[in-house]
Design a protein around this ligand. Structure first.
Ligand code: NAP
Length: 337
């Protein structure tokens, strides 16, 4: 265990202060021991993966930061059509996708290049290009800091929603995920529905892509529009796509020429990136932070600015979207205060 550890270098946005205690866990036993120690010292546990979807406030944070580094990738069952894979929570997610694709296992290829660890994917129900982790995750194992025991939680008990789950809503901070179990398919993958990916593949004459072609396509499209967090500090999409009802969508369509929207159950999903762009922020710099020129939804921190300035920019964007669209944008990353 280390004391007074700076968290900014452990997150991809690179803001925030220090935490009182820090420990990295590579085993279930180490997770349990750390949680027990924190309980004894009445300290909340802050679970860290690769810090790619987390904004840390200026410290000091009176907590135990627990960095999850549990390894593991095991095909535990399979037949002609499908396979079950159990993955350690500390595995780098894109490495997991790469291995699944190499094994010919479909279900997560559209989630290629999503930054972070495997254990973090259920927390916000990571999604991209029409797939989400809830589509393949059958169960996970976690240490329950309330009951002080390891538990298995099935898919239906995760309360998955759009970029959400019980792990970031009602049970935020309660469970430390140590492994996830995925049910993957050996059948040919469904062709992508997202226009940007479809167009990219069509340009190469591909209409019925293989798993590897979908992965390569997603990676190429992402590289074109998103900054690499290891080079340009950022946390990916900064705001969730708002879900609105038909009346709100009609109202917007009378005021704007083109409103990108997609059906979502009996409601409609709007593109948060379009809202931020229409508010005039794309490519702009404010308070030391900038909005990525190729993608208005990504806030970058090349100047290594601080948390307070980031909050000023977030407030400015939220206020602009509220005034122009009557919509409250919600940040996608987790805020640690
Ligand atoms: P895009 O293709 O420009 O589309 C803008 C938004 O419209 C996306 O956010 C997407 O929602 C939605 N959309 C587009 N086509 C859709 C369809 N056929 N059906 C339903 N919804 C559709 O999106 P982008 O910003 O370049 O991103 C492409 C994908 O990568 C998206 O799925 C996005 O979520 C994902 N992504 C994730 C992050 C992250 O940090 N988490 C960062 C960048 C991109 P959804 O977001 O619901 O898919």
């Amino acid at each position: 265990m280390r004391e007074h550890v700076a968290l900014a270098p452990l997150t991809t946005m690179q803001v925030g202060g220090s935490v009182d205690y820090f420990v990295a866990a590579r085993t279930r036993g180490a997770v349990e021991a750390a949680c027990e120690w924190a309980a004894e010292h009445k300290l909340p546990v802050l679970v860290l993966g690769e810090g790619s979807n987390m904004i840390v406030s200026d410290g000091p944070l009176h907590r135990l930061a627990l960095k999850i580094e549990l390894p593991g990738f095991e095909v535990t069952a399979q037949d002609n059509d499908s396979a079950t894979v159990v993955v350690g929570a500390g595995e780098h997610w894109d490495g997991v996708v790469e291995r699944c694709v190499k094994l010919g296992l479909a279900g997560v290829e559209a989630l290629s290049m999503v930054p972070g660890t495997a254990g973090a994917t259920p927390v916000q129900n990571v999604g991209a290009y029409g797939a989400e982790i809830a589509g393949t995750l059958t169960e996970l194992e976690a240490y329950d800091t309330k009951e002080r025991e390891f538990v298995r939680i099935g898919h239906d008990d995760c309360a998955f929603g759009y970029r959400s789950s019980r792990f970031r809503e009602e049970d935020a901070g309660r469970f430390v995920i140590v492994s996830i179990t995925l049910a993957l398919s050996k059948r040919p993958p469904a062709p992508p529905v997202y226009e940007s990916l479809r167009r990219h593949l069509a340009e190469q004459g591909i209409t019925e892509p293989t798993l590897a072609q979908i992965r390569d396509g997603v990676m190429a499209v992402r590289k074109r529009i998103l900054p690499d967090p290891s080079v340009v500090p950022n946390t990916g999409s900064f705001f969730k796509n708002p879900i609105v009802d038909a009346a709100k969508l009609r109202q917007l369509e009378t005021r704007f020429e083109r409103v990108p929207s997609y059906t979502y159950g009996d409601k409609f999903k709007l593109a948060a990136g379009w809202i931020v762009e229409e508010c005039g922020f794309k490519g702009q710099e404010h308070f030391g932070f900038a909005l990525w020129p190729q993608h208005a939804l990504v806030i970058t921190n090349s100047n290594h600015a601080g948390y307070t300035d980031l909050m000023k920019l977030v407030e400015l964007i939220v206020r602009s979207a509220q005034e122009k669209f009557g919509i409250t944008l919600e940040p996608e990353p987790l805020f640690v205060r």
